[in-house]
Design a protein around this ligand. Structure first.
Ligand code: NDP
Ligand code: 2IT
Length: 448
């Protein structure tokens, strides 16, 4: 797609020039600006009042050195980031990613997307993201602890329960959140809800662990139901085998589907009998092992090296839950050729722009990340509410709220797409609906 609105085209060029080499950020901005074209035509005040120019510029970027000592006694240096992108509708909120590929452009793309996602949840949370190029893989618990403590020693100066509330993302789960929470509490002498995804013994919310994967399936089920269909009896392929993939597998199975494949960054397993999730949880959550090990104990399963091959497995529903740009045009075409009916994104920006074109041109129902994976951050916001109330809600209470939120998000995306003449284009609908609430708040606040 090319821009037809000259102002947005020029603004995009400016973003590219100002954020050199940050290709993931460029991609995320382009996708949003393109879908805002009909909105700015109808509402020129967003341009006049600088809302669009402001929304692509982070409010604050924090970048810091993270020194830590490895088990051999050697000092290691990593980079830490926190990008506080937009606080128009609430305190900055978004995860922390620990992965060797992390640099400013990755955190910027994630922080930018988070603005619209958080807005879609209907809850009062702004957009932010952070992380480090630290790789937790192969590190001992004590190394991870020392890294997390050092990371939080700097980060603690910039966050707070009413300012900025980080959570997990790739490479950051319960263990890392625990170490970071402990260090924050020690440094500040405060027991507050400064992080979400906390353990259940110290202020975490029931159902937060499950929330992104469950929410993804609730969104997808709502989208399928709206088109007279459902998960029941469907064959599903899910990439990744981390937090999001595991709980998407669980919920899709509960809804009557058969999940036949999962992956990690080395390869994928295909189990024609359906994935045995208890075995995956044991390998990934308990042993921190590789998905390859699944095939050693499951004769019905095949293991294949490489990640992209997973999209050649015929399926009705594909749920990419690993990382950005994991489905390209070729993989999307293969999915279509094999009869895929729906693709919904558990990961952030897992489909390239060319892949999205393929879905939309072939009548594939497409649930974009900002909408489809918003259940994680929505439940984080519910964790913040419980922390503020000093109360804990039951699993069923949180799960019911999550389901309601995801159904609302689907309805709002569908309605916004229709209002702007793009019926069925939920990617455009998500961008428009997410944008409007933030933009109207920015207008209300004046030039700040
Ligand atoms: P985890 O760290 O728990 O799992 C990540 C999974 O993705 C692992 O299987 C990992 O394999 C795989 N993966 C990571 N990087 C790559 C890569 N470069 N190439 C191939 N596979 C890769 O993370 P989550 O499950 O939390 O996150 C998965 C996705 O979901 C991310 O895009 C994240 O941003 C998104 N997300 C997460 C939310 C949450 O609440 N956790 C909320 C919303 C979105 P390996 O072990 O080999 O690295
Ligand atoms: O991408 C995401 O929405 C997350 N990683 C979850 C963020 C959060 O604050 O729970």
């Amino acid at each position: 797609m090319a821009f037809t609105n000259q102002y947005l085209a020029d603004l995009y060029d400016k973003v590219v020039a100002r954020n050199k080499g940050e290709v993931e950020f460029h991609q995320a901005v382009k996708e949003v600006l393109e879908s805002l074209e009909p909105v700015v035509e109808k509402h020129p005040e967003y341009i006049k009042m600088g809302v669009i120019d402001s929304i692509v510029e982070p409010e604050r970027i924090i970048k810091f050195r993270v020194p830590w000592v490895d088990d051999s006694g050697k000092v290691q240096i990593n980079r830490g980031f926190r990008i506080q992108f937009n606080s128009a509708i609430g305190p900055y909120k978004g995860g922390l990613r620990f992965h060797p590929s992390v640099y400013e452009g990755i955190i910027k793309f994630l922080g930018f997307e988070q603005i619209f996602k958080n807005s879609l949840t209907g809850l009062p949370i702004g957009g932010g993201k952070g992380g480090s190029d630290f790789d937790p893989k192969g590190k001992s618990d004590m190394e991870v602890m020392r890294f997390c403590q050092s990371f939080m020693t700097e980060l603690s100066k910039h966050i707070g329960a009413d300012t900025d509330v980080p959570a997990g993302d790739i490479g950051v789960g319960g263990r890392e959140i625990g170490y970071m929470f402990g260090q924050y509490k020690r440094l500040r002498n405060e027991f507050t809800g400064v992080l979400t995804g906390k353990g259940l013994t110290y202020g975490g919310s029931l159902a937060r662990t499950e929330a992104t994967g469950y929410g993804l399936c609730y969104f997808t089920e709502a989208m399928l139901n709206d088109h007279g269909d459902s998960f029941k009896g469907k064959t599903v392929v899910i990439s990744g085998s981390g937090n999001v993939a595991i709980y998407a597998t669980q919920k899709a199975t509960q809804l009557g589907a058969k999940v036949v494949a999962l992956s990690d960054s080395n390869g994928y397993v295909y189990d024609k009998d359906g994935i045995d999730l208890d075995a995956v949880k044991e390998i990934k959550e308990v042993k921190r092992g590789r998905i390859k090990e699944y095939a050693d104990t499951h004769p019905s399963a095949e293991y294949h090296e490489g990640c992209s091959g997973i999209w050649t497995i015929p399926c009705d529903i594909a749920l990419p839950c690993a990382t950005q740009n994991e489905i390209n045009e070729e993989s999307a075409k293969t999915l279509v050729k094999n009869g895929v009916k729906a693709v919904a994104e558990g990961a952030n920006m897992p489909s390239t722009p060319e892949a999205i074109e393929v879905y939309l041109n072939n009548g594939v129902l497409f649930g974009p990340a900002k909408a489809a994976n918003a259940g994680g951050v929505a439940t984080s916001a519910l964790e913040m509410s419980q922390n503020s109330q000093r109360l804990s809600w039951t699993f069923d209470e949180v799960d019911a709220k999550l389901k309601g939120i995801m159904e609302n998000i689907y309805a709002n995306c569908a309605a916004a797409a229709k209002e702007y003449g793009l019926e069925g284009n939920y990617a455009a609908g998500a961008n428009i609906a997410g944008f409007k609430k933030v933009a109207d708040s920015m207008l209300a606040h004046g030039v700040v």
